[in-house]
Design a protein around this ligand. Structure first.
Ligand SMILES: Cc1cc2nc3c(=O)[nH]c(=O)nc-3n(C[C@H](O)[C@H](O)[C@H](O)COP(=O)(O)O)c2cc1C
Length: 201
């Protein structure tokens, strides 16, 4: 039996500090994780505070980031939608990760990472459902799900839409959608780690 304390890797990417919806939810995810892993260790990686450089070829950073992921038991990642894509610091971070042989076998391209549970919190200012004018414009969530699969990680997506509504009079009629999503996300994050534990993963 391993004597190493279980580790949660928390990655934040929002530039909005304490106003951030995704950070509020990654905070909650950490609290609920610690409830089920009282002896656990939380490693925090803030990509807004410490943005990685653009990828320019294999480097020590690639190994550092991939090692952090390899050594984690669980992951929670906060991702705002920025101009219909992921924050550029998250894209740069991922470009480093996937270049490492710890993340993907360079010969076979086989995914090399295995984690217990990997949660992606997505905060979107607007709405992107099938019946909205911007349906299909959220390229960040799809990108994240597919890209993380390529390194072996199956993301559980916890979305919140209409985060801009509470501060924007022109979106007032949609504010209830934000509160509905926020409540759903909080509920999901209360149980996401327990459900994984019960399923034995
Ligand atoms: C640079 C920037 C670009 C944004 N682009 C979009 C966008 O394309 N679509 C959208 O719905 N919201 C957009 N927003 C709003 C954010 O997605 C929204 O504020 C979200 O809550 C940010 O996550 P956070 O609350 O964790 O900071 C943008 C915000 C910023 C700062």
């Amino acid at each position: 039996m391993s004597t190493t304390a279980p580790t949660l890797l928390r990655i934040d990417t929002s530039i909005r500090g304490t106003d951030s919806v995704s950070r509020r939810l990654t905070d909650l995810a950490v609290r609920t994780w610690l409830r089920t892993h009282p002896t656990g260790r939380v490693v925090v990686h803030d990509l807004a505070e410490n943005p990685p450089p653009h990828f320019a070829g294999p480097s020590e950073l690639a190994e550092e980031y991939a090692t952090e992921l390899r050594d984690a038991d669980d992951l929670v990642l906060g991702m705002p939608l920025y101009n219909w894509g992921p924050p550029s610091m998250l894209k740069a971070w991922f470009d480093h990760v996937i270049a490492s042989p710890l993340a993907r076998d360079p010969q076979t391209m086989a995914p090399m990472l295995t984690l217990g549970t990997a949660v992606l919190v997505v905060a979107r200012g607007g709405a992107y459902g099938d019946d909205t004018p911007r349906a299909g414009w959220d390229h960040a969530t799809d990108w994240a799900q597919k890209s993380f699969t390529a390194v072996g990680l199956d993301l559980t997506v916890v979305p919140v839409e209409m985060t801009l509504a509470p501060g924007a009079p022109y979106l007032a009629e949609f504010e209830h959608l934000y509160h509905r999503d926020l409540a759903r996300a909080q509920e999901e994050l209360e149980q996401v780690w327990t459900r994984a534990a019960l399923a034995g993963v």
